[in-house]
Design a protein around this ligand. Structure first.
Ligand SMILES: Cc1cc2nc3c(=O)[nH]c(=O)nc-3n(C[C@H](O)[C@H](O)[C@H](O)COP(=O)(O)OP(=O)(O)OC[C@H]3O[C@@H](n4cnc5c(N)ncnc54)[C@H](O)[C@@H]3O)c2cc1C
Length: 480
């Protein structure tokens, strides 16, 4: 597309829209490679960190190498979750009632099945055997009990950002396979194993800021319009101010990018490749993250580890620091005012009335990031996308994905602004990673083995024996 020439001289080198983890990681990477650049971050809300929330605790597994090396870069050493929960009970509604055992059994089988198929999953080339239009149908078709169905429906909504009836089967498989697999996601959102590392989000943000002290961050400044000229890009915020920069990084999830006005419009090639129904969803669901501090861990006294899960509505929580309980609830806009009350009621009914009176209470609400779309990872001249929900990261929808996509956007921006500081190694390091690369061979063998059963093994054996008999017979006749 031929872009118009702008008449202004850009005031900034790089403008970053969104101060979530991916935006902050981008800024840090840019400044670590070229500290003389003029970088500005604009953030719609009044706080930094986006989905990280304030004073929360996030978990990272040892496989998220990019995230762990990022933590080393900002001199933050994560601790292993020290709670030895092995001997304590979890508090899940899935474990209660007469149908608990069969429901858990069918759920386990279903998750195994999806995970096995996921290792063979290749978007576009995936040959969908079961023609189901969406995940809601797939779940109802495969799972009989309401408990197991609710568990899966919640998980799909949490991972994809929209209800399961708007998520296609192969899109879900594609999203999960780039998130590290279904079991990893269940661990991150529901199970919180003690093998994970804990990252205090407040410390994470503070350490990042320490490394970029001279960067201007404007809070309560929402980008509304992006104008793309040949020689610079211009972003207009909600207060009517214009920010001109040589390159703009949009470090916001794709559902929020869609709310921006683009001039000229984003070329078709950069739009999500699939037709999606997600935009039609008018009642978007919100996620409220809560944290309660108590005088002591009331749940431990009852023999519970603190790991809590209720499926309707989805409330998940865990002990994140000594006598501190944190978690989240998925809800609609109209239930916003009753979130804390509902969570307290649930916790009180399981862990005792003391749960209603925390010493300190925090709650923040956000729109769920939508990972359904496949935003382009390559830049549109001077406009570069970055978000944890972007494709091409090994840990999409998780912190590792945010850091990876932030770094990649930073390298792309530097390539526009200061190409001389970008080496081949930087380009190679930040190229979109294919999460399937490592599992291709083992996936093929496992796929082949998984197809073997009594019938086809008998059939193949008879076929080989018949062939040997025929060859023998032919040989005997020709020699007589
Ligand atoms: C409840 C919950 C628990 C999680 N637990 C874990 C975990 O244990 N481990 C893990 O690895 N990951 C976890 N994640 C995922 C992880 O927190 C996110 O993937 C990551 O924080 C997303 O970062 P981001 O920068 O891509 O997006 P965001 O955090 O959403 O940042 C986007 C920012 O852009 C701002 N913005 C939006 N629109 C505009 C605009 N127009 N103008 C200016 N600014 C704008 C927003 O206000 C926001 O601050 C969890 C997520 C949730 C919701």
């Amino acid at each position: 597309m031929d872009l118009p020439f702008g008449t202004q001289t850009p005031e900034l080198d790089v403008l970053i829209v969104g101060a979530g983890l991916s935006g902050l990681a981008s800024a840090l990477k840019i400044l670590s490679m070229e500290s003389t650049l003029k970088v500005r971050i604009i953030e719609a809300s009044g706080v930094l960190g986006g989905q990280l929330g304030q004073n929360n605790t996030r978990l990272v597994d040892a496989a998220q190498q990019d995230m762990l090396s990022f933590l080393t870069l900002i001199q933050l050493s994560p601790r292993r979750r020290r709670y030895d929960n092995g001997r304590m009970r979890r508090c899940w509604d899935l474990d209660r009632g007469l149908t608990a055992l069969p429901a858990k059994f069918e759920l386990g089988r279903y998750i195994e099945m999806l995970d096995l198929r996921m290792s063979k999953f290749r978007s576009k080339r995936f040959n969908l055997r079961e023609r189901v239009s969406n995940m809601d149908q797939h779940i109802r078709h495969h799972l009989f009990f309401n408990k197991s169905r609710n568990f899966m429906l919640n998980l799909v909504e949490l991972v994809c950002g929209v209800p399961a009836n708007e998520v296609d089967y192969d899109v879900f498989m594609s999203v999960c396979s780039s998130c590290g697999g279904l079991k990893t996601l269940i661990d991150f959102y529901f199970t919180y194993p003690s093998s994970f590392y804990e990252v205090p989000t407040q410390m994470l943000i503070e350490n990042i800021l320490e490394h970029m002290q001279f960067t201007k961050i404007m809070l309560n400044c929402r980008a509304v319009k992006v104008e793309h000229f040949k020689n610079y890009a211009q972003v207009t915020d909600n207060l009517g101010n214009s920010h001109t920069a040589q390159a703009v990084i949009l470090a916001i999830p794709w559902n929020k990018v869609q709310k921006l006005e683009f001039e000229p419009r984003i070329p078709r090639a950069f739009l999500p490749p699939m037709a999606t129904k997600a935009g039609k969803n008018l009642t978007r669901r919100l996620i409220s993250q809560f944290q309660f501090r108590y005088a002591k861990s009331f749940w431990s006294d009852l023999g519970y580890s603190g790991n809590f899960l209720s499926s309707q509505p989805l409330v998940s929580g865990h002990e994140c620091r000594m006598s501190t309980f944190c978690g989240y609830m998925l809800h609609s806009q109209k239930d916003q005012d009753e979130v804390l009350e509902e969570v307290m009621d649930l916790l009180a009914s399981h862990f005792g009335e003391e749960m209603r009176e925390p010493l300190e209470c925090q709650c923040s609400t956000d729109e769920l990031n939508e990972a359904l779309h496949k935003p382009q990872t390559k830049p549109w001249h001077r406009v570069i996308w970055s978000s944890s929900s972007a494709v091409g990261t090994s840990y999409r929808s998780l912190m590792g994905g945010a850091v990876q996509s932030g770094f990649r956007a930073a390298v792309n921006a530097l390539f526009v602004v200061r190409p001389q500081v970008v080496s081949w190694k930087d380009m190679l390091d930040e190229r979109p990673k294919n999460p399937q690369e490592g599992v291709r061979t083992s996936g093929r063998i496992r796929g082949l083995l998984s197809r073997l059963n009594l019938y086809n093994v008998t059939f193949y054996s008879l076929f080989v024996l018949g062939l040997i008999w025929l060859l023998n017979f032919g040989y005997a006749r020709s020699s007589s």
